[in-house]
Each structure stands twice: as structure tokens, then as C-alpha cells.
Design a protein around this ligand. Structure first.
Ligand code: ATP
Ligand code: MG
Length: 297
């Protein structure tokens, strides 16, 4: 599905579940370009399906938060500079506020997931086997508990239309080689720690997140895609987490969990998913906005 726009100077080449990709209009068909325009739509996906309606304003909120994080990680927070994929700030007016011009990178097929807290699919696996992605954890943890140490739980980034699957660290070595696998892991853990500390200072918990990296023409590893957004991460309110007694109270989310929870309760994952009720759409956009305001304040 695509609601690709006509954008002077650019041509549409691909639509993912959430983003539409464009290359400069003079790029020969089938050839890759040095730069890409990545437009975040208001589409929302959960369990790998795109839902309707979209979430009005979501593309802009996520782009603003992503750009803010790229800037922080590029050194605005006083830390070490993490190379990223941003290439220009001259965004076409048609998509102002919800697009980035990026270097087209050779993307590594690993979704670099870091978890500081136990929930979601990690919690489900822990209940089954006491592990998360094969990593053994202490006994007696509850849904939403903080892990003793953040853990790196990579997934294979499946080609278009297929489901991503959790893989072991050893499998990432098979995919990208030893040196790069270690770089992905170490850099992901480092960025997570830095971002989680920044979130904590704003009364927020960064429970988990997912990064994607790619290589530029000089072989430099760059942080790509979106970063630390409410689509790619779980954020909770730290005060609620401390005092809450039920999972719902502890994990007061600023992220897509609102949509996932509603869908899980109202769809058996067969056939077309039901439309999102207006109340869920409004709650989601309000929480995405609140996260952006609190994080960037
Ligand atoms: P799918 O592509 O399987 O639908 P998705 O839903 O994650 O996955 P989107 O997030 O909507 O896709 O689209 C963004 C796409 O652009 C992703 O496939 C992502 O890996 C890719 N991407 C992000 N940054 C870059 C970059 N700098 N260079 C090349 N590809 C990139
Ligand atoms: Mg994506």
C-alpha cells in the first residue's frame, strides 16, 4: 500500500510499511542513488500489518523525535559522535517536517534490538524457558522488570513482506562477519545506555529499542532508519513504573503498545484487521506528542 506523493525533483521507488522512499528524479530506473528522501507517513503497523486508519500527525512526530536523537547522538549531548545517515536539510516543501534526506547505505540485515527491561516477546519467551533470545536470565522476574544488565537480542531483517525473526549473536556473525557483528552489538548497547540515561533524566524509561545500521561507500558504519522513536522503542513513565502494581500501571506507554494491546484484544490475526477506533487513534497521537514534548524539553 502506498500513498506516495508527487514531489518535484524526486521519484518514488519503494514503500515500506510506514515510510515511502524516493530517489532523485534523474536516477536511471533500476539504479541506486547516492541520496534518498525518506518520508514518514501516518501509517501505523502492528504485528507486521498496516492498520487503518492512520494516526494523523504521526509521521511528523516520529521524524522530529528521530532528528532530535540523531543530533544528540552526533554530540549535542556532549557524548561521542555516532555517525548517521543524514545528508541534507533541504527537505521539499511537500513533505516538510516528516522527511529526511539520507545517504543510501548498504543496509546490514540485522535489527539491533537492545532490551533493558523484560516485556513483550522477551517476557513471553522468559515465561516459557527462563531465557530471552536464548540468553538465560535470573529466576522470578515479573513482566516489566528491569534486567540486571541491558541485553542485545538481534533479529534478522527479513526481505520485504516476510516476518523478522530473532537470531543468536553467532548467527549475526554468520551474516555480517565477526568484526561487524561485534561493532553492531557494542555500538547498540552503547547508544542504548546513553539514550536510557537521557530518558531517565526526563522521568522516562527507555525499556527497549531497535537500531538499524548501514555502510557507506567508505565502509563507515552509520546509524540509519529512524532512531529511538515511539515506533522503534518502548518508553514508559518512570513514576508510574515505580508505583504501579499491575502491568498496565507499570508500563504506561508512550508508544505503539497502545495499538498492539487493542489489536491483540480485538483481532485473532486471521484475515483483515479491524479498523482502529477513534479513541485509540487519539490516545496514541496524544502519547506520541507527550513523549516528544517531555524528551526534548
Ligand atoms: P519493510 O521495508 O520490510 O516494509 P519497514 O516496515 O521497517 O520494513 P519502513 O520503515 O517503512 O520499512 O521503510 C524504511 C526502509 O528504509 C527500511 O527497509 C529501512 O531498512 C530502509 N532504510 C532506512 N535508512 C536507510 C538508508 N540510509 N539507506 C538505505 N535504506 C535505508
Ligand atoms: Mg522500519
Amino acid at each position: 500500500m502506498s500513498d506516495a506523493l508527487e514531489i518535484p525533483g524526486w521519484k518514488h521507488v519503494y514503500s515500506g510499511k510506514v515510510r515511502d522512499l524516493y530517489v532523485p528524479a534523474d536516477t536511471p530506473d533500476g539504479e541506486s542513488a547516492e541520496r534518498m528522501l525518506v518520508v514518514a507517513s501516518d501509517r501505523v503497523s502492528a504485528f507486521d500489518v498496516v492498520l487503518s486508519p492512520g494516526i494523523p500527525g504521526k509521521g511528523e512526530l516520529l521524524t522530529t523525535l528521530s532528528l532530535w536523537w540523531f543530533d544528540q547522538l552526533a554530540g549535542a549531548d556532549g557524548g561521542e559522535r555516532v555517525p548517521n545517515h543524514l545528508a541534507s536539510e533541504e527537505i521539499p516543501a511537500e513533505v516538510a517536517g516528516r522527511a529526511m534526506i539520507v545517504r543510501s547505505l548498504d543496509m546490514l540485515p540485522v535489527e539491533c534490538v537492545v532490551r533493558g527491561y523484560l516485556t513483550g516477546s522477551g517476557w513471553a519467551e522468559y515465561v516459557e524457558s527462563g531465557t530471552v533470545c536464548g540468553i538465560p536470565l535470573p529466576e522470578g522476574l515479573q513482566n516489566g522488570d528491569r534486567l540486571p544488565e541491558p541485553i542485545y537480542t538481534p533479529a534478522y531483517k527479513a526481505p520485504m513482506g516476510e516476518h523478522d525473526e530473532n537470531i543468536s549473536y553467532a548467527q549475526t556473525v554468520d551474516l555480517v562477519g565477526e568484526e561487524r557483528a561485534a561493532a553492531l552489538r557494542d555500538r547498540s548497547l552503547e547508544i542504548y545506555r546513553r539514550a536510557a540515561a537521557a530518558a531517565e533524566a526526563k522521568g522516562l524509561i527507555l525499556a527497549d529499542t531497535k537500531f538499524e545500521f548501514g555502510l557507506d561507500d567508505d565502509g563507515v558504519l552509520r546509524l540509519a532508519d529512524e532512531v529511538l522513536t515511539s515506533d522503534s522503542s518502548r518508553y514508559w513513565d518512570a513514576a508510574s513504573w515505580k508505583t504501579g502494581t499491575t502491568p498496565a500501571e507499570r508500563m504506561a506507554s508512550f508508544d505503539k503498545q497502545i495499538v498492539r494491546d487493542w489489536l491483540a484484544a480485538n483481532w485473532d490475526k486471521q484475515g483483515e484487521p479491524p479498523s482502529l477506533p477513534a479513541e485509540i487513534v487519539e490516545r496514541t497521537v496524544a502519547r506520541y506528542r507527550e513523549l516528544l514534548e517531555r524528551m526534548t524539553a
